[in-house]
Design a protein around this ligand. Structure first.
Ligand SMILES: Cc1cc2nc3c(=O)[nH]c(=O)nc-3n(C[C@H](O)[C@H](O)[C@H](O)COP(=O)(O)OP(=O)(O)OC[C@H]3O[C@@H](n4cnc5c(N)ncnc54)[C@H](O)[C@@H]3O)c2cc1C
Length: 250
């Protein structure tokens, strides 16, 4: 399939990105393209304008700030995987990123793109939630910090405005007990269900319309996962219980 027609923009600065997002009718940011390009090709997304941020200067840094680690919008998932800084400051993020798809996809896919895309079965949004991280959103008019607890609004939906660039994600430093476990049909597939443990915090993914925090003693309370060809709701609930036990035994 070929994508529907769109106008292509290739800004080279954050200011230019924000100006385009603020002035164009129905723009969409293109980062690694690992989710957006398939959606375009299947014609499940039909933006009028594509704003490609890959040529923007100064958006590809990982750096320490405020007792944590900031990951800018063009940092590829494979760079996180290989980063000694991330392994030292936030090893849970290193572990989690290895579960995202396959290395070739991680070579292009970005951490911020995964968070902005807000797939409920994605690992990185659940890690951001479990750790109590946040994102920084830039627009032509303002800059604001959105805590993870206020970011994930629904399936593939965030509280980012269409004119906002997710400029960086911030993960608190965390060296406590941690684990991420998931079950998928094949290596590299999206999870049928998954759990993230950060000390006493537990976040679940793949079992609701957004990642959710849960009580480690009763992780399935209030959960109503949907069923599909891959897994029934009952099987997903079973997975949550088993994976939670494993995470807290680890
Ligand atoms: C075969 C396959 C398997 C996969 N398996 C997994 C998996 O197991 N787990 C997982 O989490 N993901 C998986 N993915 C998705 C992959 O990780 C994507 O890289 C990620 O979801 C999106 O990152 P991206 O940089 O490619 O974003 P893009 O595809 O470029 O964009 C995705 C969406 O986010 C928006 N966006 C991107 N960057 C920004 C930004 N900085 N600010 C605002 N909006 C932005 C775009 O406008 C678009 O709506 C898989 C993909 C494939 C093709």
């Amino acid at each position: 399939m070929k994508p529907p027609p769109f106008e292509y923009h290739a800004p080279t600065s954050v200011n230019e990105v924000c100006a385009l997002l603020g002035s164009l009718d129905d723009p969409k940011i293109l980062a690694g393209g690992q989710s957006l390009i398939p959606l375009l090709n299947f014609r499940l997304a039909r933006p009028r304008h594509l704003v490609d941020i890959n040529r923007v200067e100064g958006l590809d840094r990982i750096y320490e700030r405020d007792g944590g680690i900031a990951v800018q919008a063009l940092v590829r998932q494979s760079v996180i995987e290989d980063s000694e800084l991330v392994a030292r400051v936030c090893p849970l993020l290193s572990d989690a990123v290895r579960l995202v798809a396959h290395r070739v996809i991680r070579n292009r896919g970005t951490v911020c793109g995964s968070i902005a895309h807000a797939d409920p079965a994605s690992e990185l949004p659940a890690v951001l939630l479990a750790l109590g991280g946040s994102v920084v959103a830039h627009s032509a008019r303002s800059q604001r910090v959105i805590p993870a607890g206020e970011l994930f609004a629904g399936m593939f939906e965030t509280s980012l405005e269409p004119q906002e660039l997710l400029a960086e994600a911030w993960f608190p430093a965390f060296a406590g007990k941690h684990a991420i476990f998931e079950e998928s049909r094949r290596h590299g597939d999206f999870a049928l269900a998954g759990v993230v443990r950060a000390d006493k915090e537990l976040a679940l993914f793949g079992v609701a319309s957004t990642p959710v925090l849960a009580d480690p003693h009763d992780p399935t309370r209030g959960l109503e996962p949907s069923g599909d060809i891959e897994a029934s709701p009952e099987f997903r609930l079973h997975l949550v219980k088993v994976l939670t036990e494993r995470a807290f035994a680890a």
